[in-house]
Design a protein around this ligand. Structure first.
Ligand SMILES: [Zn+2]
Ligand SMILES: [Zn+2]
Length: 139
């Protein structure tokens, strides 16, 4: 019979070239858009992140996964072959954010909030239908 540790895969995803592949075995948060300057540079636009518990993320293939320490409190996971931005992992939290665009479809998720709106770039319009949080998620 199944042990208590057995969980169902709730999502999967990977980078552009396929060298990094992951599975999520636990609930995923709805997607939060982060407009901060670090996310915009790392993703080429604002970032759309879902999130799971650290223990729920299983790296299936990670030979090309590298981590960039982007601040004193977080690091960003990317593929050093194709350049995809995949993960944002804070030092002091028990979760890891996953770039929603790297999930396999269908994700079953929706976008619920946005943060660091004050840091948004000037070339796009803010989606006023999304609630704004005074986010501290992505520094
Ligand atoms: Zn890749
Ligand atoms: Zn951010």
């Amino acid at each position: 019979m199944n042990s208590a540790n057995t969980t169902t895969r709730t999502a999967s995803g990977g980078c552009l070239c396929g060298a990094v592949r992951y599975e999520v075995h636990g609930p995923l948060r709805s997607v939060v858009n982060c407009h901060c300057g670090q996310c915009r540079r790392a993703h080429g636009h604002f970032a759309a992140y879902t999130k799971c518990a650290r223990g729920a993320l299983r790296l299936v293939a990670d030979r090309t996964l590298k981590w960039y320490v982007s601040s004193a409190t977080a690091r960003r996971g990317f593929c050093d072959r194709c350049g995809s931005s995949l993960f944002w992992e804070p030092v002091h939290e028990a979760g890891v954010s996953i770039a929603a665009g790297t999930l396999d479809s269908p994700t079953g998720l929706h976008t619920s909030q946005q943060i660091f709106v004050d840091a948004a770039a000037d070339y796009y319009d803010i989606d006023e239908s999304l609630p704004r949080l005074p986010g501290s998620m992505s520094r």
